[in-house]
Design a protein around this ligand. Structure first.
Ligand SMILES: Cc1cc2nc3c(=O)[nH]c(=O)nc-3n(C[C@H](O)[C@H](O)[C@H](O)COP(=O)(O)OP(=O)(O)OC[C@H]3O[C@@H](n4cnc5c(N)ncnc54)[C@H](O)[C@@H]3O)c2cc1C
Length: 424
């Protein structure tokens, strides 16, 4: 049985580990914090706009298990909110243990509080990785899904300081780029003002610190739009955030809240004293990041260059997924890229032909498009999500957007890819 090591346990790492295990490998998943899912513990929005299509394509390809869990733990389904249609919001507080139990039940070895700090290479082959305690993990192929956030030094330099986010670098240690340790060059994003990185685009408020009326509205509708007085409107901040799909006037002119268990505030940060001036927010406080009144985590600081099979350019047996594999934003995007990376890691280890997702599918097209754009002059200013911005526009133009599950399944079948992930 081939041995696959996955480094980083966010949505991309979980998806990679799942696909590698289902393809028959012995899989070890290494995560530096005490929880899986990384940024997936603070997001929650699924199936909005083109993410619906992408989720259904994944399911038809045989990568449905983690989507089943996010659907099962959805607090609200089929919600339309400004700029977004048919969204569902999973419960961010309950999702992690459910995913962990599921992966463990399949026999994936999960090692939390295990931070990879070094690599053992032989030419273009990665032989093993070393954790901070000196333990060595040897493998036939590796998947790096360490994300692109932080570490603290980057949030200090390119953000407003460490915002004390879910990755908790001061306690669990900084992110380490495996590709860089292998001697490869990572790339990073630029904000519109020319500075490096991008602010995470939202924060969570403690729901019960909102007025009772607002809490009721959120629980009933799944979202709330509260107009801001003119003096609190800050349009410039929208250009600094990761998620271009929310860089709309409505998100500057209103406080838009989403019910993900917490009240998700769709702005990168908001001065607490100002926020408390808004009706219904008089007692409000932040739940994540703790310093959401001042700043947020800084992302896209470490993106590897890969090929269409998700393999790191310059290494034979290192595959990339999630934010590490391109300027992708989102859980669905991490689940999509992670799955292909994990599956191809096994294919490589067995000496079999690697899988490439065709551009007739949104899930294949986004991979090819992100790669093409990266080589362009402004490639590092652009980010890709099925949920909005330039990629969702492209999906619609190319006829790749659909909300008809049967049509999507038929299309995957006509491409000879129905359940392909379970044929390994
Ligand atoms: C506040 C916020 C809200 C968001 N909301 C949404 C949303 O509603 N819907 C949506 O689709 N997307 C949302 N996103 C974006 C989405 O969460 C991410 O794009 C996606 O989850 C990234 O997944 P990933 O696995 O690539 O990376 P990450 O989630 O960053 O996971 C990387 C993991 O690797 C670990 N790691 C790092 N270095 C090492 C190392 N050296 N050794 C071992 N482990 C390591 C980290 O601890 C982490 O767990 C949100 C992001 C943020 C920050």
């Amino acid at each position: 049985m081939c041995k696959i090591i996955v480094i980083g346990g966010g949505w991309a790492g979980c998806s990679a580990a799942l696909r590698a295990r289902k393809a028959g490998a012995d899989v070890t998943l290494l995560e530096k914090t005490d929880m899986l899912l990384g940024l997936g513990n603070v997001g929650g929005i699924m199936r909005n706009n083109g993410r619906f299509t992408a989720a259904e394509e994944n399911i038809a390809l045989g990568n449905g298990e983690l989507f089943e869990i996010t659907d099962k733990l959805a607090l609200h389904k089929n919600v339309d909110f400004p700029g977004h249609k048919h969204a569902s919001f999973y419960d961010v507080a309950m999702i992690e243990p459910e995913v962990r139990r599921f992966l463990e039940s399949l026999g994936i070895k999960i090692k939390t509080m295990t931070r990879v700090v070094d690599v053992m290479t032989c030419g273009k082959s990665l032989e093993g990785v070393v954790d901070a305690a000196g333990n060595i993990y040897m493998g036939d192929a590796f998947v790096e899904t360490t994300g692109s956030t932080g570490p603290m030094g980057n949030c200090m330099r390119y953000g407003n300081g460490c915002s004390m986010c879910i990755l908790r670098c001061p306690s669990f240690g900084p992110r380490v780029s495996v590709t860089q340790r292998c001697g490869l060059d990572d790339v990073f994003a630029y904000k519109e003002d020319g500075t490096v990185g991008a602010f995470s685009g939202s924060c969570k408020l403690e729901k019960r610190t909102l007025s009772k009326k607002l809490q009721k509205r959120l629980s009933k509708d799944g979202y709330a739009v509260v107009p801001l007085p003119d003096e609190l409107v800050n349009r410039e901040k929208m250009n600094r955030k990761v998620c271009r799909q929310y860089a709309l006037d409505a998100y500057a002119e209103n406080v838009i809240l989403i019910d993900t268990g917490h009240a998700k505030l769709m702005t990168p940060f908001f001065n607490l004293e100002d926020l408390r001036k808004v009706e219904g927010f008089e007692n409000v406080r932040f739940a994540d990041p703790y310093a959401g009144g001042k700043g947020n985590s800084v992302r896209y600081m470490s993106v590897g260059i890969r090929d269409e099979y998700m393999r790191a350019r310059g290494m034979d047996n290192l595959f990339l997924g999630g934010e590490k594999s391109g300027f992708f934003v989102g859980h669905t995007e991490a689940l999509t890229t992670g799955a292909l990376a994990g599956f191809n890691a096994v294919k490589f280890a067995r000496g079999e032909e690697l899988l490439r997702l065709p551009e007739d599918l949104a899930t294949g097209d986004i991979l090819a498009y992100a790669q093409e754009v990266l080589l362009q002059k402004d490639g590092m200013d652009r980010r890709f999500t099925f949920a909005g911005g330039e990629y969702f526009e492209r999906m619609k133009k190319k006829g790749l957007y659909s909300t008809d599950s049967k049509t999507i399944t038929k299309k995957v079948e006509s491409l000879g890819l129905l359940n392909v992930y379970n044929e390994g």
